[in-house]
Design a protein around this ligand. Structure first.
Ligand code: NAP
Length: 262
């Protein structure tokens, strides 16, 4: 896939993995990009870092239908086509389900899932005009293997995985490649309070993800061979993964106690 003439929309393009994907697409020659986020100043600061590309900054909350409608109207008027949609914006709130506020449950679902479904549906008429496009979802290792204290987040990320599979099968007659990225712990603002060592570099995640896109991969899974083994075990013998998780229960509880990025 060549990127020079592509029109690319990245939600959450103002930080972390989304920002790294933006930089990587620009590095590979893309000149027409749009980024979505709730904080306009953050969007403008990021757009100002790249002089070689035209970056539309589209302030909006992916959980708000009217914001999504406005974003798609702007893209429709300015571009008339969309080649690559990256549904990357996401939030996390960890902890025992019994301690989680209604607001954190609702926001995680609305931002991580409902926003993805709605924005994708609203972008479809533009994506279907592409002569070679992609729909990219950003799930998580937790979208395959659910850990305790991430019940809601893991559920949202599993939804992203299923949505991608369904859309790939639904869109087979269009030249739209559907791909899902499964990062493991990556060093971004989302992880500031997560107490994890040796995190992945977002630039590496972006580079390998776009390599995956170029190679036509449908899943780009981070975490190495161990993660792939664990995914197989989790599918074939979930009780074995339960044992693993139970043996680390207290450690996980402590590590995730302050993990909230909403
Ligand atoms: N970092 C990790 O370890 C990790 C691991 C697995 C999966 N992921 C996934 O990777 C994706 C990116 O995460 P990250 O680590 O790069 O997070 P991040 O650094 O916190 O960035 C999140 C981005 O999403 C935007 N955003 C959040 N809520 C939004 C909303 N309601 N509407 C529009 N934009 C919104 C943020 O901008 P505003 O705050 O200005 O809205 C920001 O640009 C997420 O889907 C996350 O679940 C991350």
């Amino acid at each position: 896939m060549e990127f020079q003439d592509k029109h690319i929309l990245i939600t959450g393009g103002s930080s972390g993995i989304g920002k790294a994907l933006l930089a990587e697409f620009i590095e590979r020659g893309c000149r027409n990009l749009a980024i979505v986020g709730r904080d306009q100043e953050k969007l403008e600061a990021v757009a100002g870092e790249y002089r070689d590309a035209e970056i539309l900054t589209l302030q909006g909350d992916v959980a708000q239908v009217e914001d999504l409608n406005r974003i798609v109207t702007v893209l429709s008027e300015k571009w008339g086509v969309l080649d690559i949609l990256v549904n990357n914006a996401g939030v996390v709130s960890a902890g025992l389900l019994e301690n989680m506020s209604d607001e954190d449950i609702i926001s995680q679902v609305n931002i991580n899932v409902t926003g993805v479904l709605l924005l994708t549906r609203k972008c479809l008429p533009l994506l279907q005009k592409s002569k070679g496009g992609a729909l990219i979802g950003v799930s998580s290792g937790l979208g395959y293997i659910a850990n305790p204290f991430y019940s809601v987040y893991a559920a949202t990320k599993a939804a992203v995985r299923q949505f991608s599979d369904a859309m790939r099968r639904e869109l087979h007659q269009y030249p739209i490649h559907v791909m899902t990225i499964y990062p493991t712990a990556t060093d971004t603002p989302m992880m500031t309070n997560a107490a994890v060592d040796n995190m992945d570099d977002p630039a590496m995640v972006a580079r390998e993800s776009i390599d995956g896109l170029v190679m036509g991969k449908i899943n780009v899974i981070f975490g190495g061979e161990q993660r792939l083994d664990d995914i197989r075990t989790n599918f074939l013998d979930p009780l074995k993964m339960d044992e693993k998780s139970i043996s680390r229960y207290e450690e996980l509880k402590e590590r995730t106690a302050k993990h909230r990025a909403m």
